[in-house]
Design a protein around this ligand. Structure first.
Ligand SMILES: *Cc1c(COP(=O)(O)O)cnc(C)c1O
Length: 421
């Protein structure tokens, strides 16, 4: 079976622990950059190609700055994500604002930053016009409904809350044209964590066909088509990464045969991947605190689901390495747990691992997307630090660990003291 590897050594981790105790998230800059370049290379045939990093996957401005340097834009869906983008100097059409159930102040901010605004619903058009005015470039999010099968994380498109129906798109672009809007984009996002390259090619085909039809019927031309994100990552050792070159070549063939050959002028291809951009390059590093043997054998870590909740939330598999015992047989079956008072606080269930002892270092793989980002403070659990392993081998802290003071920051103990119960 293929092995999952680590971009750092046990000695490097022990060195880091001198200044930053476990648990912490550690990101690999070299891996992030190489992967970003591969994605761009796969779509280099499209002169306007741009990947907008889905900030929600890993909203750390240090990582965002690295991605900015690699030429990525930022896909934002909330005011704080817009502010993070602004903080790293990504504004204007470097931002794609793809939100849903959007409050007025977020449209106002996105508009003020000059972001590309991607509307989730026809009713948002008059809402946006009233609160921020119509921008010169507008994009609509398409929900293909029964035309496209979904997958486990995002669900069936017909059941998904996102996007316009096909009929609504025709109406929406007509309204935009009447109102004098001159620049148009078309977007969809129909899957997440999809490993089949054909899925993305099929999605591009649907959008290219639709762009041609819309442009004929409404009398507009599209400046870009955004095929969304959703490229999966091989969480399990036996899974293979998506062949980006195959996706790039397949989308190119569709672009030529279904768009250019049908008379639509050249347009820019956009993507907005999150998971595949940082996911495989982030690791949750923890130590075993206790070994407990009751009806099952438990390895309790110093990390918990507040640091990585995907296993608890989706039953997701995250590979676990024990660097000091890499050569040893996986002879013992563990539930690997955290300390939260919820029985689903488990990183792995029935996982064969080398025999563990208190103090052993464990590394949980593929925690770089929706890991720290989904962190929460329930049960008084605090979010860990985030560290970056730089290309030169040095390590910098890119977010400190929370302290009890952070947990209490929204409370006013002065008011409590004078409060009469
Ligand atoms: C989450 C999200 C993405 C990124 O999805 P990944 O599966 O992380 O690639 C892109 N676009 C929108 C609108 C999203 O909500």
């Amino acid at each position: 079976m293929p092995q999952k590897t680590l971009p750092f050594t046990l000695a490097q981790i022990e060195q880091i622990e001198k200044s930053c105790p476990t648990p912490f998230h550690l990101y690999d800059e070299k891996g992030i950059r190489a992967n970003a370049r591969r994605l761009k290379a796969a779509f280099a045939w499209n002169p306007g190609f741009k990947e907008y990093f889905a900030v929600k996957a890993c909203p750390n401005p240090f990582l965002m700055k690295i991605l900015k340097e690699e030429g990525f834009g930022m896909d934002c869906s909330s005011l704080p994500e817009l502010l993070l983008s602004q903080e790293i100097g990504v504004t204007g059409e470097g931002i794609m604002f793809t939100s849903n159930d959007t409050p007025a102040n977020e449209f106002v901010k996105a508009q003020a930053l000059g972001a590309v605004i991607n509307l989730d619903d026809l009713s948002h058009l008059p809402f946006l016009e009233a609160c921020a005015g119509l921008p010169e470039l507008v994009c609509f999010r398409y929900n293909p409904g029964p035309l496209k099968g979904g997958n486990a994380i995002i669900g069936n498109p017909e059941q998904a809350k996102y996007g316009f129906t096909r009929e609504q798109l025709f109406e929406g672009y007509r309204v935009l044209k009447q109102k004098g809007v001159k620049r148009f984009g078309l977007h969809t996002m129909v899957a997440s964590n999809e490993l089949n390259p054909q899925y993305f090619i099929d999605t591009a085909e649907i959008l290219f066909d639709l762009a041609v039809e819309l442009s004929r019927e409404v009398g507009i031309t599209f400046e870009f088509v955004n095929i969304g994100g959703g490229i999966g990552i091989p969480y399990r050792p036996e899974q293979a990464a998506v062949d980006l070159e195959c996706v790039g070549a397949g989308v190119r063939a569709a672009y030529e045969s279904r768009l250019l050959a049908k008379g639509h002028p050249a347009l820019k291809l956009y993507m907005e991947c999150g998971r595949m951009v940082t996911g495989p390059f982030g690791f949750l590093v923890a130590r075993v605190r206790h070994i407990k043997k009751t009806y099952k054998t438990y390895a309790g870590l110093d990390a918990c689901m507040a640091n990585l909740m995907r296993p608890a939330l989706y039953g997701a598999y995250h590979h676990i390495s024990v660097p000091a015992k890499a050569g040893q047989p996986c002879s013992t079956v563990y539930d690997v747990t955290g300390s939260l008072c919820e029985n689903n606080d488990k990183f792995a269930i029935d996982r064969p691992l080398p025999e563990l002892a208190p103090g052993d270092l464990v590394v949980i793989h593929d925690a770089g997307a929706h890991g720290h980002a989904m962190g929460f403070q329930y049960n008084g659990k605090l979010r860990s630090a985030e560290l970056l392993l730089r290309e030169d081998g040095s390590v910098v802290q890119i977010r400190r660990a929370e302290t009890p003071a952070d947990y209490f920051a929204t409370l006013d103990f002065g008011a409590l003291a004078s409060f009469r119960a």
